[in-house]
Design a protein around this ligand. Structure first.
Ligand SMILES: Cc1cc2nc3c(=O)[nH]c(=O)nc-3n(C[C@H](O)[C@H](O)[C@H](O)COP(=O)(O)OP(=O)(O)OC[C@H]3O[C@@H](n4cnc5c(N)ncnc54)[C@H](O)[C@@H]3O)c2cc1C
Ligand code: SF4
Length: 322
């Protein structure tokens, strides 16, 4: 690891200024220190953002909750009221990695975590994401990669929380320069669909301040995933769903899949398939087909298709029973 300066920012404006000169924000350090030890990232300055005012606060509200970017995943899982109002978020957080990791990893760092592609994570492999000329996963080892292969980079978004927050209609407040701007969750990732160089839409000095969640009376939500290991592992595929049940029909229905595309994968057609329909297995299966319509698996990842279909059916079944 190369030598670096370490500073603690006290205001969002100073954090942004401090990071400008080849710096990186650091929260729990789970992802960033891994990148540094592997010589993928060599920042001149680490800007600690865990002491910023309000960054570790969960603020409930009647119409909207606000969750500071520095709130740990353990704090999310242990907040009883949050679990009642946004079960998908608590369930997504408690399935991340291991208890030790969840004690330090933050919601902001989880959303901004970088690619887990094993070619990207290899110091000596210069793929498209690092400015190289080719994607080594396309004809190589692509077991964990995207099912939507029209994008140049096949590395999927693997953040559990991104998938849960997608169906909860969350937005992210980002300090951009001297101003805070609010982005819908989808806008936090959409650049990764068109640019192989990035893993999300954040600029290097964009600082996530907080996540905002609207309160929808009577809304149920859930998060499910399948991994190779029970602990200390990312999902192979994940799924979150949300909606109200009114007169036996789903309303404000949302469903999203994770680990199969560079963004949390959601389509209007799949949501429309659930909307004003009973939460039956047939409805869920139809929504899954809509989500996977344009999927074109690679040599080693077609196994993700039946997992995705099953997770969507189970998630909708859980909305019906909760
Ligand atoms: C073995 C293992 C298993 C894992 N399993 C899972 C899993 O199952 N599901 C899952 O979702 N994740 C998983 N992870 C990833 C882990 O959850 C993330 O690495 C962690 O949440 C990152 O949070 P952090 O606070 O430690 O971020 P850091 O490592 O401090 O930062 C991560 C990135 O975000 C940037 N950043 C941090 N805070 C901000 C901010 N406020 N604004 C803008 N940028 C910011 C940093 O500059 C860095 O680029 C796993 C990781 C490991 C090592
Ligand atoms: S999937 Fe993306 S990160 Fe992985 S080798 Fe291809 S371009 Fe690089």
């Amino acid at each position: 690891m190369k030598a670096f300066a370490y500073v603690t920012a006290r205001t969002p404006e100073s954090a942004v200024e401090l990071v400008a000169d080849r710096g990186r924000f650091i929260a729990g350090g789970i992802d960033l220190l891994g990148e540094m030890k592997e010589h993928i990232a060599e920042p001149a300055t680490l800007v600690n953002v865990k002491r910023l005012p309000g960054i570790r606060e969960i603020a409930p509200g009647d119409t909207r909750w606000s969750i500071g970017a520095g709130v740990t995943l353990t704090a999310l899982t242990e907040h009883k009221e949050l679990r009642q109002v946004f079960p998908a978020l608590a369930e997504a957080a408690e399935l991340v990695g291991s208890p030790q990791m969840r004690n330090v990893a933050t919601i902001g760092g989880n959303l901004a975590q970088h690619s887990r592609c094993w070619y990207y994570r290899h110091r000596d492999v210069h793929c498209l994401k690092k400015g190289g000329k080719r994607c080594f996963a396309r004809g190589g080892e692509n077991k964990f990669h995207s099912l939507f292969t029209k994008c140049q980079c096949l590395s999927p978004c693997v953040s559990n929380l991104a998938v849960a927050l997608t169906v909860l209609d969350a937005s992210v407040v980002v300090q951009r320069g001297r101003k805070p701007v609010t982005l819908p969750l989808a806008a936090l990732y959409d650049l990764a669909l068109t640019s192989a160089r990035v893993h999300n839409s954040l600029k290097p000095d964009d600082l996530i301040l907080r996540i905002e969640l609207p309160v929808v009376a009577g809304r149920r939500s859930t998060y499910l995933q399948l991994s190779e290991k029970n602990d200390f592992d990312w999902a192979l595929v994940s799924c979150a769903a949300a909606g109200r049940i009114e007169n036996g029909l789903l309303r404000d229905a949302r469903v999203a899949l994770g680990c199969i595309a560079p963004v949390p994968w959601q389509t209007k057609e799949a949501d429309a398939c659930l909307e004003r329909h009973p939460p039956t297995d047939a409805t869920a299966a139809a929504a899954a087909e809509h989500l996977l319509l344009d999927a074109s698996p690679l040599e080693h990842n077609a196994y993700k298709l039946p997992i995705a279909r099953t997770l969507v059916r189970r998630a909708v079944a859980r909305l019906a029973e909760t």
